[in-house]
Design a protein around this ligand. Sequence first.
Ligand SMILES: Cc1cc2nc3c(=O)[nH]c(=O)nc-3n(C[C@H](O)[C@H](O)[C@H](O)COP(=O)(O)O)c2cc1C
Length: 202
Amino acid sequence: VTVSPSTSPRVAVVLGSARRASLNRRLAVDVAARLGERGVSAEVVDLGDYALPIYHGDDEALHGPPPAAVALHERLAAMDGVIFVSPEYNGSLPGLLKNAIDWVSRVDRSTFHRWLVGFAATSPGTRGARNVLSAMRHIADHMRLATIPVDLSVAHGGEAFDDGDPNRLSRPDVVAAADEFIDGYVAALDDWVANGRDARHR
Ligand SMILES: Cc1cc2nc3c(=O)[nH]c(=O)nc-3n(C[C@H](O)[C@H](O)[C@H](O)COP(=O)(O)O)c2cc1C
């Protein structure tokens, strides 16, 4: 009897801020590390690495999706799951993230249906970027994606991380929330992979 080697599930942590000192970048690195500690192969996807023009239907009709959109799609198409980690801009998604979602959906919308999707966000304020979490969930519901029910919201993001390791959450309430979020995501991801990862019939 040959048993094929089991491979770890793969998750992209897609970051909605290109800012070097971004709080959400620090959260994305923490989320990826917590996934890794649970046997998931996780990588942070920095949208700043992809020079995507603003979506324009005429450009698309003339030239098709730009190379950066094809490259981003190809990277994400290899994933079993995606966790979006994004700042809130005026109560919603930054254009950087929405534009990337729009372009990738134009390369192949069906790719989104092979991911288990989760959402995390932080802001410096008291509200923990809850509006962008619901805005991202609105998009996911519209696209009929497979999502986990719990989001991770980190309020007062400027005071949530470890002084010694700026990419690691340290405030106890936030660490507990992050572990609960990641544990729920990883349990759902195991089911998602075992059941053939397909949200098309939802
Ligand atoms: C255009 C713009 C709009 C913003 N709107 C909001 C908002 O609606 N709610 C909020 O909590 N913070 C808002 N902020 C503040 C961001 O939460 C803050 O700049 C945060 O640090 C950005 O995320 P980052 O650190 O990951 O880059 C806004 C910032 C910008 C630049």
